[in-house]
Design a protein. Structure first.
Length: 334
């Protein structure tokens, strides 16, 4: 009996020791798991599809984000996190603990990579922009049709294919024109969605002042209704450059547009040919498309730069000539 009591006592003693040690180990593991990390500055960390806790923990230690990969692995198993880990690119901030990192990878909150396409860029310029994003992959063989890409800010993933990005831009433009076309005003001299984008691209190139878009659109609508040539310089520039603009700070031609340029024989030359050109001259943004489909109603048929970033509008040629004279004075003075 005494022997049995001794054995039971020893068992309880050992069990107590094991429990104390286990509790201590858990306490230590918890402290280490939440301990401030070793990163001195933010880094980007990639989790590939199919990677498990061990591989991720090992890579984190190699990248300097963990001081002990085993802490990460053991805690991850105890939390049953193995099935929750999501592939992607993550931004690890300086000092992040192993717990912080594990929670981030479980959340799937990837690092946001973004690029912005400015309104009025040509397709050639957009392709150059995408080609200069080093984190993208793939080669774009053909330049997309002018006016088929919607200027906007887009998210992208590291190593995403450029052709896939182009498809997204094209779909965004299709969705935008499909949304805006049904709510256009009546009696527009624009009969198709394609014509709307063509005119919107001209409006986009003519003014960078948001509040002017609908007024400029109204001028071109008035001209189309009256059969007056649009006579807009950006179409002549496109006839010369085919959208392959120079970007050296001297304008798309690398020089000023000359009077002789207005004589170029091209269907894009709206001084020589009335009506819309055969295609868009750039990629218009949503606001310019909306301006063309819902233009300001007025009797203006002329406009010229006013020297302050906007334009002076006129209903008669005499009034327009005065505005042109004033603009020339300002330009010569500057």
């Amino acid at each position: 009996m005494k022997r049995l009591k001794s054995i039971l006592g020893l068992f309880v003693y050992v069990l107590t020791i094991v429990s104390v040690l286990g509790a201590g180990a858990l306490w230590w593991l918890s402290i280490e798991f939440q301990k401030t990390g070793t990163l001195q500055k933010s880094i980007l960390f990639q989790v590939e599809c199919g990677q498990g806790l061990y591989t991720i923990g090992n890579n984190l230690e190699l990248s300097g984000a963990l001081h002990n990969k085993h802490i990460f692995n053991i805690a991850g198993r105890m939390l049953q996190a193995g099935q929750d880990l999501k592939a992607g690119e993550y931004e690890l901030q300086s000092g992040m603990s192993a717990q912080d990192i594990l929670e981030l990878i479980r959340s799937g909150k990837n690092f946001q990579r973004r690029f912005t396409i400015r309104e009025g860029l040509t397709s050639y310029e957009i392709i150059n922009l995408l080609n200069n994003i080093k984190a993208l992959q793939g080669e774009i063989i053909d330049i997309p049709a002018e006016g088929s890409l919607l200027p906007e800010t887009y998210d992208y993933r590291k190593d995403e294919n450029r052709e896939r990005i182009i498809n997204r831009l094209q779909q965004a433009m299709t969705n935008t024109i499909n949304e805006l076309w049904p709510v256009r005003v009546n009696n527009l001299p624009i009969k198709t969605k394609e014509e709307a984008i063509i005119l919107a691209s001209i409006v986009e190139k003519e003014t960078g002042v948001p509040k002017e878009r609908k007024r400029v659109a109204g001028v071109f609508i008035n001209r189309l209704k009256r059969g007056i040539p649009l006579q807009t310089d950006p179409t002549v520039i496109y006839a010369i450059t085919k959208g392959m603009h120079k970007n050296e700070g001297k304008g798309p031609l690398g020089r000023r547009l000359l009077k002789k340029d207005l004589e170029i024989d091209s269907l894009y030359n709206t001084y020589k040919y009335s009506g819309l050109p055969p295609g868009a001259i750039a990629n218009p943004g949503r606001d310019s498309i909306e301006a063309v489909l819902n233009p300001e109603e007025h009797n203006f048929i002329y406009f010229v730069a006013n020297g302050s970033g906007g334009h002076a509008f006129a209903k008669t040629l005499a009034e327009h000539n005065r505005n042109v004279a004033q603009w020339r004075k300002i330009r010569n003075k500057n």
